[in-house]
Design a binder for this molecule. Structure first.
Ligand code: KG4
Ligand code: ZN
Length: 339
């Protein structure tokens, strides 16, 4: 049982719990998505998210413990209980943080607070323990877009970040503008299958230099183009927009890998589920002689296994988190930005 961590993740619209051994071996991972609840509103409604977490947290944790063979085991069944403390929606975070603290207190085991963004970084490490380091990880989610150099667990430096919108946010906003379903990423990917990626030459902001990212101008270019050409095929718009995002992310990842002499490149976060992005990433890394690690689709989007993995390393390095610590909705990525 050594090194068993139960983690819960409630930062946004997924209620998730997982049991991971030694920061590496996933014993169980349960995710209850609230997508259906929020789709009607075209985005996550914070108040509804918090209430839904409260309803689902007990069944989700119970299922995760049972799936790990820990159902009905005399307490304490794990060595630590972890929760995402931020960034995220405050009403959503508080459910997971309070629940995890109460379990840790009741079982007399350490509580470990985890930064959600740090959690995403562990998705590749969890599934590919043989990853060649240093690695450049492109972390692209609904709220954040970062290019990070990772030399090992807890050893990372931010090489670049978005100066405006996150990549997933751009997918969501463009999808909403085109009248596509929420969440926007999968909807754009689906629509793009019927379109021509070369139909419209959308701009690739900040492509020529540096490792920072920008997606706001691209989003605005889509809006202007559709307003100027009301009869345009929305599948062509989706395909051309997606092609621009893919080109930007792949080019910046390869530039970052050269800059820090990385041995491999990884994708992380919800946008990493995008098929054309994964294909282009794999091809570019292969051509550059780099290792490439693409988490499974379930590990790209929000889950608690990645939070449990991060918690394992946090606990070893920093010890338990105080039970007096709160949730931090605006928490940034740990570590200095080194450009
Ligand atoms: O990591 P995640 O599940 O939650 C956050 O921490 O934000 O990422 C959600 C984001 C959303 O913006 C969603 O539209 C995007 O990931 N996404 C995708 C795809 N699947 C999810 N973007 C592009 N293509 C996809 N297949
Ligand atoms: Zn996330």
């Amino acid at each position: 049982m050594a090194g068993l961590v139960l983690a819960v993740e409630t930062s946004c619209d997924e209620t998730a719990a997982a049991v991971v051994a030694g920061g590496r071996e996933v014993r169980s991972s349960v995710v209850s998505s609230q997508v259906d609840l929020h789709a009607h509103f075209g985005g996550v409604v914070p108040e509804l998210a918090g209430r839904a977490h409260l309803e689902r947290i007990v069944p989700v944790v119970t299922e995760a413990l049972a799936a790990a063979g820990l159902g009905g085991v005399a307490a304490p069944p794990v060595d630590a209980v972890a929760a995402t403390v931020g960034p995220g929606l405050i009403g959503a975070l508080l459910v997971g943080v309070s629940f995890a603290k109460a379990l840790a207190m009741g079982w007399g085991v350490p509580f470990v607070g985890v930064n959600h963004l740090e959690g995403h970084l562990y998705a590749s490490l969890l599934e590919d323990p043989g990853i060649e380091l240093p690695a450049v990880v492109v972390l692209v989610s609904g709220g954040h877009s970062l290019i990070v150099k990772m030399t090992g667990p807890r050893a990372y430096a931010v090489l670049g970040a978005t100066v405006d919108d996150a990549a997933g946010e751009a997918f969501d906003k463009v999808a909403r503008f085109l009248g596509l379903a929420y969440p926007g990423g999968p909807a754009i990917e689906q629509a793009a299958k019927r379109g021509d990626p070369a139909a419209i030459a959308f701009p690739r902001p900040m492509l020529r230099e540096g490792l920072d990212l920008s997606f706001s101008g691209l989003k605005t270019a889509v809006v202007h183009h559709v307003r100027a050409h009301p009869d345009v095929d929305s599948a062509d718009v989706a395909a051309s927009f997606q092609a621009a995002v893919v080109e930007i992310l792949v080019l910046k990842a390869m530039r970052a890998a050269r800059a820090v002499a990385a041995r491999s490149v990884c994708l992380a976060g919800g946008v990493a589920a995008n098929g054309p992005l994964r294909e282009a990433f794999r091809a570019a890394a292969g051509a550059a002689g780099l290792g490439v690690y693409l988490p499974s689709l379930a590990m790209c989007t929000d889950n608690a296994a990645m939070i449990a993995a991060a918690a394992h390393y946090n606990l070893a390095a920093d010890g338990p988190t105080s039970l007096g610590a709160g949730a931090e909705p605006g928490l940034g990525f740990p570590g200095a930005i080194s450009r």
